[in-house]
Design a protein around this ligand. Structure first.
Ligand code: NDP
Ligand code: TDO
Length: 281
């Protein structure tokens, strides 16, 4: 029998990938217009739809917007997640919460595993960490998925933004001193689906292999697309200006997947090439 899978943020970048990945099940795509997760009535609205599983990517995803509007960030990323988690606990169903590398401070120089304590340095990271805390507090059957710098061939994301700017001959200025992982949306949703069929609840890091700066990533996009790299301008700690601080090093290691022999995430360049082949069609 098909599972009823409720997906929040269904029109968002990752939400669209989740809807597609689970199309062979019965998907209940929920948008902001359908249910405002900030509102406590969201609990009742979710339970009345009687899902068997909830995937929850809806959030304020911009670290800069979170920094400038903390109340909104707490209400959506933390309290909104609390409402989703309470609904799942009332239904006794699993919740998959999408979290971020930005829960870490970035003070290390080796990859973060799931066993390292989070200590976020910006509002986005703090509110997403509270989303994790509420998920654990209210819903026993949970998967917390931490991912990073997700790219894909469609939707509003780093790859489409960089590719479109380069195609139009626009200059792009990107940090060359924040080191991170990046993740192909299709690799991420495939792995989340695999986990969702298990009862191996808990926290997982899911990223592609390899370490990038935003600048490296854009240069690789230019190289694959055959565009000049001249328009990609590296920023350093003096020249990068943004409302939210970013961790200097937020590379993730898929350690729990490694332990369960489930870590088949490719190197990012292989996945980037795959995405760009689809992208150019
Ligand atoms: N993209 C990335 O690189 C990464 C993303 N993540 C996490 O993945 C998740 C998905 O990100 P992504 O798809 O990129 O983000 P998007 O901004 O594309 O999608 C988020 C969705 O959440 C919806 N939303 C916002 N506020 C509310 C609300 N109050 N009630 C209901 N829905 C709401 C938005 O709807 P509307 O636009 O109509 O307001 C939007 O459709 C987020 O949780 C993010 O923290 C983690 C690491 C990296
Ligand atoms: C870091 C950076 C950002 N930006 C701009 C580009 C874009 O409009 C906006 C966001 O950029 P980035 O996605 O690269 O950076 P950022 O918003 O910091 O990315 C994060 O997003 C959230 C959702 C996460 O959870 C993290 O994993 C990470 O992917 O800021 C620059 O122009 N230059 C830069 O060097």
């Amino acid at each position: 029998m098909k599972k009823r899978i409720l997906i929040t943020g269904a029109k968002g970048f990752l939400g669209q990938y989740f809807v597609k990945e689970f199309e062979d099940e019965e998907v209940i795509p929920i948008t902001h217009q359908d249910i405002n997760l900030e509102d406590k009535n969201a609990i009742e609205k979710i339970t009345s739809l009687k899902p068997d599983l909830v995937i929850h990517p809806a959030a304020i995803r911009s670290p800069d917007i979170c920094e400038e509007d903390p109340e909104k960030a707490w209400k959506v990323n933390a309290v909104g997640t609390k409402h989703v988690a309470i609904a799942c606990s009332l239904l006794d169903i699993p919740l998959i919460y999408i979290s971020t590398d930005y829960v870490f401070s970035g003070g290390k120089d080796t990859p973060y595993t799931e066993f390292y304590p989070p200590n976020p340095i910006n509002l986005y990271g703090k509110t997403k960490l509270y989303g994790e805390i509420f998920t654990k507090e209210f819903c026993k059957k949970h998967f917390i998925i931490r991912t990073s710098y997700v790219f894909g061939e469609y939707g509003n994301n780093a790859l489409t933004q960089i590719y479109n700017s380069l195609k139009e001959g626009k200059e792009i200025k990107l940090s060359n001193y924040h080191f991170a992982s990046c993740t192909y949306a299709k690799d991420l949703v495939r792995k989340v689906k695999e986990l969702s069929f298990t009862n191996l609840y808990g926290t997982y890091h899911i990223v592609n292999k390899g370490i990038i700066t935003r600048y490296d990533f854009a240069c690789k996009v230019a190289e694959i697309a055959g565009f000049s790299k001249e328009k990609v301008i590296p920023l350093n700690s003096e020249t990068f200006k943004a409302p939210a601080k970013r961790p200097l090093y937020s590379v993730l290691r898929n350690y729990m997947l490694e332990i369960y022999n489930m870590d088949d995430l490719p190197y990012y360049e292989e996945s980037l090439r795959k995405a760009m082949r689809l992208f150019k069609k």
